[in-house]
Design a binder for this molecule. Structure first.
Ligand code: PMP
Length: 286
């Protein structure tokens, strides 16, 4: 099926959806993005994704081009026009097309580029990987130091995923100064003696929308949480490990750098959190 893609106010067949070669997103990775999941044709954690988009734009001195209502209306129309039951909506805003290449930002009145497209993923909530768990390798975190801004500079995470694949693993965890920062596209956790441990928020990691929701739900379920950094050795010696992201929800990690975590199977905390998150976020979907 040809997808309908949103480009700067128009809903177009994907082969007619185009942006300029002078776009700052293309030339400079000067843009931000969000990925919102769709379950039962409804948007998961939408308000929080929209709030983070506004923060990312503000941190890069870019104006928010649309109202809250318009963002919601566009997302809903993308779900409807593309017949998405389960899947993802990708949204990108760049500093636009100044008509030439220049390191300096273009004048403030340069129109931003706004693009949205959908990815249909039937079975997203029933991903079989959640039953088996996934494996990760560690790689040095060579990214820039504003990882709290969700920019489209994804070359290094892409390289990390390729390194994982080459090593026969599913994903990579970044390590800096001896501690895990986050996964290539997710936030990371271990569970030891019933305590959920995850790195505290700072500019070193993306402030995951799923992280915030899962920690809130874990707190409500009286689970113990420690927001602190942990090492790869601690992860290998933990009872459980898992990651969170908008596209994978809560995903058990059963092997870290070749060492089995816990029993080598998904543990009860990750399973429970996945269940609670899917149930509660579906209820709250818009
Ligand atoms: N960290 C990084 C580096 C990511 O790319 C992502 C996914 N966008 C996350 C964490 C998880 O964030 P979220 O739960 O908002 O998808």
């Amino acid at each position: 099926m040809t997808r309908t893609v949103y480009v700067n106010g128009d809903y177009l067949p994907e082969d007619q959806a185009k942006v300029s070669v002078f776009d700052r997103g293309f030339l400079m990775a000067d843009g931000v993005y969000e990925v919102t999941s769709v379950l039962d044709g409804r948007l998961i954690d939408f308000g929080a994704h929209r709030a983070r988009l506004k923060r990312s734009l503000a941190e890069l001195d870019m104006a928010n081009p649309l109202s809250d209502d318009d963002w919601l209306a566009i997302h809903r129309r993308m779900v409807a026009d593309n017949g998405i039951d389960q899947g993802l909506i990708y949204l990108q805003v760049t500093r636009g097309n100044p008509g030439d290449r220049d390191f300096a930002y273009p004048p403030k009145d340069t129109a931003p580029t706004v693009v949205l497209f959908t990815q249909s993923k039937p079975g997203l909530a029933d991903n079989p990987a959640a039953d088996t768990g996934i494996s990760v390798i560690s790689v040095p975190d060579l990214r820039w130091h504003r990882r709290d801004i969700k920019t489209v500079q994804l070359l290094y995470p892409s390289m990390a995923k390729m390194a994982a694949k080459a090593a026969g693993a599913d994903d990579a965890w970044f390590v800096e100064d001896g501690f895990v920062t986050e996964g290539s596209s997710n936030n990371t956790y271990i569970v030891k003696d019933g305590v959920i441990v995850t790195r505290a928020l700072s500019n070193d990691i993306l402030h995951g929308i799923t992280r915030a929701a899962v920690l809130r739900l874990a707190h409500e379920a009286q689970m113990k949480i420690e927001e602190r950094s942990f090492t790869i050795a601690e992860a290998q010696a933990a009872d459980e490990a898992f990651f969170t992201s908008a596209s994978a929800f809560v995903m058990p990690v059963v092997s870290v750098d070749g060492a089995a975590v816990g029993t080598g199977k998904p543990g009860p905390v990750a399973r429970r959190l996945r269940e609670i998150y899917l149930e509660e976020s579906r209820k709250a979907a818009v």
